[in-house]
Write a protein that binds this ligand. Structure first.
Ligand code: HEC
Ligand code: HEC
Ligand code: HEC
Ligand code: HEC
Ligand code: HEC
Ligand code: HEC
Ligand code: HEC
Ligand code: HEC
Length: 426
């Protein structure tokens, strides 16, 4: 249920007035194309309710919001040199939480953060500069439609319009054509990335996935010969918010291309059915509104696996039948598709113990001083590679075989995988 029942009145001048049941009236300038998530809730309650429970709506919170502060301020701690009443905003609530104070109309980070799982304070590293205002460095990804020129944003947090674009015209017309809706991975990639924009900022400004390409607006971090802060030398992500960069290196990002290539070589083989697993754009369209395959642009994208409105496992749960591998198995190892891999003899571990993501999406990215973030390249990291680079491997991460030494892991891997042939369906 919506807490506020709202009524909207459209004035002839185009200005929009919103009257809540509490009797508060606030005008939204007609120049302003953004209306805020509360406005969308009026007609899209299911999406709003899901989003309210997601992390996107909780990234940047006022400290007086009930439950916003997770850190323990009840006892003195030498690491934390500030008081609870200095905190104006919190950043994050899953892996770690940072704290923001206001001075001279600007926002600054306080010098300690709370590690949520470890339940302890830690000092903030240099990269999160304590003495410079954070609006220009952080708001680009933690708020909606931040404009560094005016130092203003449309809404705290990742609101509906962060992904759907400005909504005023849509609210006035109520037609699908006036709002963006796309499976384009760049919608997510605008924030789940790392690099320098044309303006020298850490995020892209006024990015419109329908008109721009991300790659034209930002120089992404790149893997190098040696391991860097952002990348392991084997081209696996090492820092947070690089999911898009890992993803574009996986074959999920190229799954439409390989089908189109096949269609050129063996046109008779490729039917519209093939696209159900090879293109999210096709798969996720309503059956009667499936786009023409010739005009498809995207392969398997973020929203295939993530519900854009809800917490991450939701879409996975929908497809998971009896095992947690349901999401992956809805496309992989489907025995009837000719030329495709079979699951048989894929791995020696019991099915109940090892999930696809334990091996194919190991935790390689740092957040809260621990490897917590999963790789989106889908690459296996064999134990010998992990030992050489000092990184988590596919065999010992997320709790699996963490009690075994590298000698055992390498022997087990070589025994099982050295002669492995991937079986294909005929
Ligand atoms: C006054 C009612 C109303 C408000 C407010 C409203 N919408 Fe809609 N929205 C609609 C209607 C009606 C449709 C068309 C539904 C259909 O055709 O099935 C729609 C469709 C959509 C779609 C689907 C478009 C597509 O291509 O299928 C999206 C996405 C959407 N709205 C997002 C938003 C967002 C974001 C906001 C807030 C900025 C918002 N809506 C506010 C009425 C509204
Ligand atoms: C390019 C976009 C981007 C920029 C710029 C950015 N962040 Fe983030 N940040 C994210 C994303 C996305 C996540 C979620 C983690 C992930 O996707 O791997 C995140 C996660 C975090 C978290 C952990 C949240 C949690 O729930 O544990 C903190 C704390 C954080 N960011 C602080 C900052 C600060 C402080 C700045 C500015 C100095 C900043 N970020 C700049 C995109 C960004
Ligand atoms: C993180 C990005 C993101 C945010 C935030 C977001 N959406 Fe969406 N939304 C999407 C994407 C992507 C789709 C298309 C998904 C698909 O095809 O299944 C979508 C689809 C929709 C649709 C079409 C019906 C459906 O559920 O597929 C509506 C309506 C909608 N969103 C409304 C909203 C409203 C209202 C909010 C805010 C409360 C919101 N969205 C927040 C990305 C987002
Ligand atoms: C405006 C920036 C922005 C956009 C656009 C964006 N995200 Fe995020 N996303 C974030 C930030 C910041 C966080 C971290 C939230 C936190 O930790 O509190 C996050 C967190 C997440 C999480 C972790 C949530 C959880 O419950 O574990 C997922 C999954 C995610 N985003 C997927 C997506 C997808 C899919 C899209 C595109 C449809 C998308 N994001 C678009 C900024 C963004
Ligand atoms: C049930 C989901 C599904 C369907 C339907 C599907 N594919 Fe695939 N396809 C996959 C998956 C998963 C992979 C990657 C792993 C593998 O090879 O099994 C893949 C890989 C491929 C590859 C690249 C791998 C290689 O061998 O070079 C091609 C080409 C391909 N598929 C063509 C097709 C064609 C043609 C069709 C229609 C006859 C089709 N696919 C239907 C899921 C599917
Ligand atoms: C093939 C499925 C798949 C695709 C495609 C995918 N993800 Fe994920 N993602 C996952 C799974 C599975 C997890 C781990 C969930 C868990 O640990 O519960 C995850 C985790 C995440 C997280 C949480 C932090 C982390 O890394 O553990 C974020 C943020 C995220 N994905 C964003 C994205 C974005 C953005 C894209 C597109 C560029 C994307 N994902 C594409 C399956 C996928
Ligand atoms: C919508 C269908 C779909 C879903 C869901 C899906 N995949 Fe895939 N996956 C594909 C297709 C199609 C390819 C092959 C692309 C190609 O080569 O053309 C692929 C490729 C791969 C590969 C090949 C390795 C590489 O280099 O990228 C791995 C590993 C993989 N997927 C693992 C997973 C895991 C793990 C999950 C679940 C978290 C998953 N996939 C979910 C369709 C899917
Ligand atoms: C115990 C670890 C483990 C588990 C669990 C696992 N895999 Fe794999 N997988 C591997 C290894 C090892 C390889 C082959 C070596 C490589 O890709 O470098 C492989 C290869 C693959 C490939 C072919 C990649 C290519 O480059 O052609 C696909 C696709 C794949 N796995 C999908 C899955 C899916 C889907 C699941 C869950 C049902 C899964 N795997 C579960 C270890 C695992």
């Amino acid at each position: 249920m919506l807490r506020l029942v709202k009524r909207m009145i459209f004035l002839s001048g185009g200005a929009l007035l919103v009257i809540s049941s509490l009797g508060k009236v606030w005008p939204v300038e007609s120049k302003n194309e953004y209306v805020g998530s509360d406005q969308c809730a009026v007609c899209h309650e299911p999406q709003f309710e899901l989003w309210k429970n997601s992390l996107h709506s909780k990234m940047y919170q006022k400290s007086d919001q009930p439950g916003a502060i997770l850190g323990d301020f009840s006892v003195d701690d030498p690491v934390r040199s500030f008081r609870r009443d200095e905190v104006a905003y919190t950043i994050g609530s899953r892996w770690e939480q940072m704290y923001v104070t206001r001075r001279n109309n600007e926002e600054f980070l306080l010098p300690a953060k709370w590690l949520i799982a470890q339940k302890k304070w830690a000092t903030i590293d240099d990269t999160h500069r304590q003495n410079a205002p954070i609006s220009k460095t952080c708001h680009g990804c933690h708020t909606t439609a931040y404009n560094p020129e005016t130092n203003r944003f449309a809404e705290m947090n990742i609101g509906c319009e962060a992904c759907h674009g400005p909504g005023l015209r849509h609210v006035q017309t109520r037609t699908p054509a006036t709002i963006r809706k796309s499976q384009n991975p760049e919608v997510c990639g605008a924030c789940h990335t790392r690099g320098k924009s044309k303006e020298g900022l850490d995020y892209v400004v006024k990015f419109d996935p329908q008109a721009n390409r991300l790659i034209d607006m930002m120089a992404f971090t790149q893997p190098e010969k040696e391991t860097t802060k952002s990348w392991w030398s084997n081209r696996i992500e090492r820092d947070r918010h690089q999911e898009y960069l890992g993803y574009i290196r996986s074959r999920h990002a190229r799954s439409l291309e390989s089908l189109q290539q096949r269609a050129k070589l063996q046109p008779a083989e490729v039917t519209p059915k093939c696209f159900t697993c090879h293109s999210s754009e096709f798969h996720m369209a309503k059956p009667l509104k499936r786009p023409d395959v010739a005009g498809l642009r995207f392969g398997v994208t973020c929203v295939e696996c993530h519900d854009p409105h809800g917490r991450k496992p939701e879409r996975a749960q929908k497809r998971a039948s009896t095992t947690e591998n349901g999401l992956c198995l809805s496309c992989h190892f489907v025995p009837k598709v000719k030329g495709h891999l079979k699951e048989a003899h894929h791995y020696p571990c019991p099915k109940s113990a090892a999930r696809c993501i334990d091996c194919h999406m190991p935790v390689t990215g740092l957040s809260a001083s621990t490897f917590n973030i999963r790789s989106h390249t889908m690459q296996i990291i064999p134990p010998h590679e992990a030992q050489q680079l000092g990184m988590p491997s596919s065999c010992n991460n997320a709790g699996c075989h963490s009690n075994k030494d590298f000698g055992w892991l390498k022997r087990a891997y070589e025994t099982y995988y050295s002669h492995k042939v991937m079986l294909r369906a005929r």
